[in-house]
Design a protein around this ligand. Structure first.
Ligand code: SAH
Length: 354
C-alpha cells in the first residue's frame, strides 16, 4: 500500500529523489493527501528559510523579443503588441520608487532584445549600485559570456534564466531556433562567473507530463540553484498555444511543495502567474513552500504592454500599490515581510557577492 508519509520522507532524505516517488506525489488529488504534502513542505520552508517573506521588485524595461516561444505573448511574431524600451531616466526613476518602498532587490527583466546595448545596461547597473544599497538581479535571457561578465563586474548580483522545461524534446517542440544545450550552457556560465543563479519551469505546457515535471524537480536539485521560479502556463491568444488549456493551479502548488522538500533552502517565489489564475493562488503558494513575492514596479503605460500572458496580476494598478497588499498577505499568514536583500541561502555563495 502507498504511504504518503514514507514517500515524503524518502524524497526529503534522498540526495537525488526517485522519479517514481515524485511522479506518485504529483498525481495525488485527495484533499487530505494534498494537505499532508503542503504541511510537510511548509515545515521545510520554516526550518530552512524562516517566516520572512522576501521581496523582489521587478521592472520590465523592454518587451522587444527576437524569440518565437509558442507560449509567450512577447514572441516576435505577435505584431499586435506595441513594443517599448524604457530609457535610462525612466528606468532609474522606477528603481528610485522601488527603493522608497524599502525594497532591497530589483529584478531588471526584458524580452530577448537585440537592441539592448550591453554597455547601456552596464552603466545602469553601475549607477544603481553606486546610488542605492540594493541587490541587482538580471533576467534578459541568453547572452554572450562577455555580456554576462561585464554586467557582473558592474555589480549585478543575480541572474534569472528559466529552463522552462528540462525535457530537451519538449523544449525543442516549443522554442524554434533555440537550442536547449545553449540554454544549459548559459546557466553554467552564469554560475561560473559567480552570479546567484535562478532557474525554473512552466507547469501545464502542452505535451508536458508528470514525469517531465518530476525530471524538472531533479534538475533543480542537481543544479543547486539559488532560486527556482515555478509558474503555471496561461495561454495568450496571440501565440501558437493560444487555444490550449490553462494550467491546473493544484499541479503548480504540488510542484512548489516538492521543489521545497527536495531543494530545502532555495528561494522559491509565489509567482505573479500563480496570482493571475481564477483566484490569487500566491497565498496558497506561500503556504506550501514559497518564501518570495515579486511586486511589480514597471511604470505605466509600459506595464500593460509587458503581456507575456493575459490578465496578468496588477496589470492596471498604479506603481507601488503592491506594498500594502504584500504586508496584508504576510500578516494573514502569520508571517512577516523581510525587507533585507536576502541573498542566496546556499552556503557556497555566501560572501561571494557582497
Ligand atoms: N527573456 C527573459 C524573460 C522572459 S519572460 C528570459 O528569457 O529569461 C519571463 C518568464 O515568463 C519566462 O521565463 C516564462 O517562464 C514566463 N512565461 C512566458 N509566457 C508565459 C505564459 N504564457 N504562461 C506562463 N508563463 C509564461
Amino acid at each position: 500500500m502507498f504511504r504518503l508519509d514514507e514517500c515524503l520522507s524518502r524524497i526529503h532524505d534522498a540526495s537525488l529523489p526517485d522519479l517514481n516517488d515524485l511522479e506518485q506525489v504529483l498525481s495525488l488529488n485527495g484533499k487530505d493527501e494534498l494537505n499532508e504534502l503542503f504541511l510537510f513542505a511548509d515545515g521545510i520552508r520554516k526550518k530552512f528559510c524562516g517566516d520572512g517573506i522576501v521581496l523582489r521588485g521587478i521592472i520590465e524595461f523592454s518587451n522587444f523579443c527576437l524569440r518565437e516561444c509558442f507560449y509567450c505573448g512577447l514572441n516576435k511574431n505577435n505584431r499586435k503588441l506595441e513594443r517599448y524600451r524604457m530609457d535610462k531616466d525612466e528606468l532609474l526613476k522606477a528603481v528610485g520608487h522601488l527603493v522608497s518602498c524599502k525594497i532591497k532587490t530589483v529584478v531588471l527583466q526584458s524580452g530577448e532584445d537585440t537592441g539592448l546595448d550591453p554597455f547601456w545596461l552596464k552603466d545602469i547597473i553601475r549607477e544603481i549600485k553606486s546610488s542605492f544599497d540594493i541587490a541587482v538581479t538580471l533576467a534578459v535571457g541568453e547572452r554572450s559570456e562577455f555580456d554576462y561578465k561585464i554586467w557582473k563586474e558592474a555589480g549585478a548580483d543575480r541572474y534569472l534564466l528559466k529552463i522552462e522545461t528540462s525535457d530537451e524534446g519538449l523544449y525543442s517542440s516549443m522554442h524554434p531556433q533555440m537550442d536547449f544545450k545553449q540554454r544549459l550552457n548559459c546557466l553554467r556560465v552564469l554560475n561560473k562567473i559567480g552570479y546567484q543563479v535562478g532557474s525554473g519551469n512552466i507547469i501545464g505546457l502542452p505535451g508536458q507530463t508528470l514525469k517531465t515535471i518530476a525530471q524538472d524537480i531533479v534538475f533543480f536539485k542537481r543544479n543547486d540553484f539559488d532560486m527556482v521560479g515555478i509558474g503555471p502556463f496561461i495561454p495568450h491568444q496571440d501565440t501558437r498555444f493560444g487555444g490550449q488549456k490553462k494550467a491546473d493551479p493544484l499541479l503548480s502548488l504540488k510542484t512548489i511543495a516538492l521543489t521545497r522538500i527536495v531543494t530545502k533552502n532555495t528561494h522559491i517565489p509565489a509567482t505573479t502567474a500563480l496570482g493571475s489564475l481564477d483566484k490569487d493562488y500566491r497565498v496558497d503558494g506561500l503556504k506550501c513552500g514559497a518564501n518570495v513575492l515579486m511586486p511589480n514596479f514597471t511604470p505605466q503605460p509600459f506595464r500593460k504592454l509587458y503581456e507575456i500572458y493575459p490578465q496578468k496580476k496588477c496589470i492596471d494598478e498604479p506603481v507601488g500599490a503592491c506594498n500594502f497588499c504584500m504586508d496584508d498577505m504576510a500578516k494573514n499568514l502569520g508571517r512577516f515581510i523581510d525587507y533585507s536583500k536576502a541573498d542566496s541561502l546556499k552556503q557556497r555563495k555566501v560572501g561571494s557577492n557582497v
